[in-house]
Design a protein around this ligand. Structure first.
Ligand code: MG
Length: 377
């Protein structure tokens, strides 16, 4: 790894873990820093393996080549690491946050999350970011003496990218001046956390075009309305007039991705020069520094709203998401009425609605579908 800049999260100055653990275990020499250790814990977790069978936009059974939460997370990690390397940021931390950022997602993508949020409205709601944190803090059962993965402060901070004030206050009670404090005192997270947010958006905007065209729900003609796409599409065709089929799409997306990556690197470099943070503590007091240029920000937002109108709200996508919502609603009601249908660890909890949400949100698309058939037959 290249040398870390002064404004990066320095692994040796980590703010530590919730449960005390020696960073140098007695049985093995220490060749991993805390953030590398976090990444390894995430990769070995149960929730991470489930991502491969969770919907990103297209339901898992609709085709083998569409993105899943797993491949999406890997693409976010790849983009994040590239940008981190260029900026002298902590690549390992970026990778850990990127791989964990969607661990709390329900089955069936946003439809599943919306439905579960509605079901949980009387009981404090359901929010996938907060759930990702619950997965790594509480729900993974892999260690003899504590719940969760016991990740470092910096990785947990990056995972909690949004948080309602009410939830931030609740976290602050258990963890004073902890990862939720920034939502109450309006400060920023580390640059690595800021970067993962942006890498997430760059990744899904690009791969949803790819999946949208592959599925036949989006056409290249439609995409000419999106300047960020149309520009590189025209460039590709003018440099390679003979090129046809998928390679035109792939080359266009490749150029789109790399231009956004360079835009973030250059704009962020300028912001770093302007604000010259000398430590991660300085970074927290600055405005957000990892950013697109104003022009790229507008283009990225235009692409996102194009995808909303034409892909996420496409009648064919809506039809499957309506079905998914019903599955989640009916499963929630079924477990609430008959907790004994869940494994004992969930069935016997005193906070039953939250136990149902934890159990249900951990399911893969396929398992939820099977459970739904079993309980509503
Ligand atoms: Mg994501």
């Amino acid at each position: 790894m290249t040398e870390l800049a002064a404004y990066a999260c320095q692994p040796e100055r980590s703010r530590g873990r919730r449960h005390a653990e020696p960073e140098t275990p007695a049985h093995a020499p220490s060749f991993r820093n805390p953030h590398q250790r976090d990444r390894d814990r995430i990769v070995h977790s149960t929730a991470f393996r489930r991502l491969v069978y969770k919907t990103q936009v297209f339901l898992n059974h609709e085709g083998d080549l569409f993105r899943t939460r797993m491949t999406h997370s890997l693409e976010v990690a790849q983009l994040g690491r590239s940008i981190a390397r260029a900026l002298g940021l902590n690549e390992d931390l970026v990778e850990a946050v990127a791989l964990a950022h969607d661990l709390g997602h329900t089955p069936f993508g946003h439809a599943g999350q919306d439905a579960l949020n509605e079901c949980m409205a009387p009981y404090g709601g359901f929010e996938h970011n907060l759930q990702s944190l619950r997965v790594v803090d509480e729900l993974e059962e892999r260690y003899p003496t504590f719940n969760g993965l016991n990740l470092s402060f910096e990785t947990r901070e990056g995972i909690l990218k949004h948080c309602a004030r009410r939830n931030a206050q609740a976290i602050e009670v258990h963890e004073p001046n902890g990862i939720a404090a920034r939502f109450l005192n309006d400060t920023q997270p580390s640059l690595e956390a800021q970067l993962c947010n942006l890498a997430d958006a760059i990744a899904y905007n690009a791969h949803d075009i790819d999946d949208g065209v592959r599925s036949g729900l989006l056409t290249l003609a439609q995409l000419q309305d999106v300047s960020l796409f149309a520009r590189y599409h025209a460039q590709t065709l003018s440099e390679h007039p003979q090129l046809q089929g998928r390679r035109v799409l792939f080359e266009t997306i490749r150029r789109m991705l790399s231009d956004q990556v360079y835009d973030v690197i250059n704009t962020t470099r300028d912001a770093l020069v302007q604000h010259s943070p000398a430590s991660v503590d300085d970074v927290r007091q600055c405005p957000p520094l990892v950013q697109f240029s104003a022009a790229m920000f507008d283009e990225s937002r235009a692409l996102k709203s194009f995808l909303f109108r034409n892909l996420y709200r496409h009648p064919q996508v809506m039809q499957t998401t309506d079905w998914a919502r019903e599955v989640v609603r009916e499963l929630f009601a079924a477990y609430l009425a008959k907790p004994q249908e869940m494994p004992p660890a969930y069935a016997h909890r005193s906070d039953l609605p939250r136990a149902v949400a934890d159990y249900l949100s951990g399911m893969t698309d396929r398992f939820a579908t099977r459970e739904h058939a079993r309980l509503t037959a």
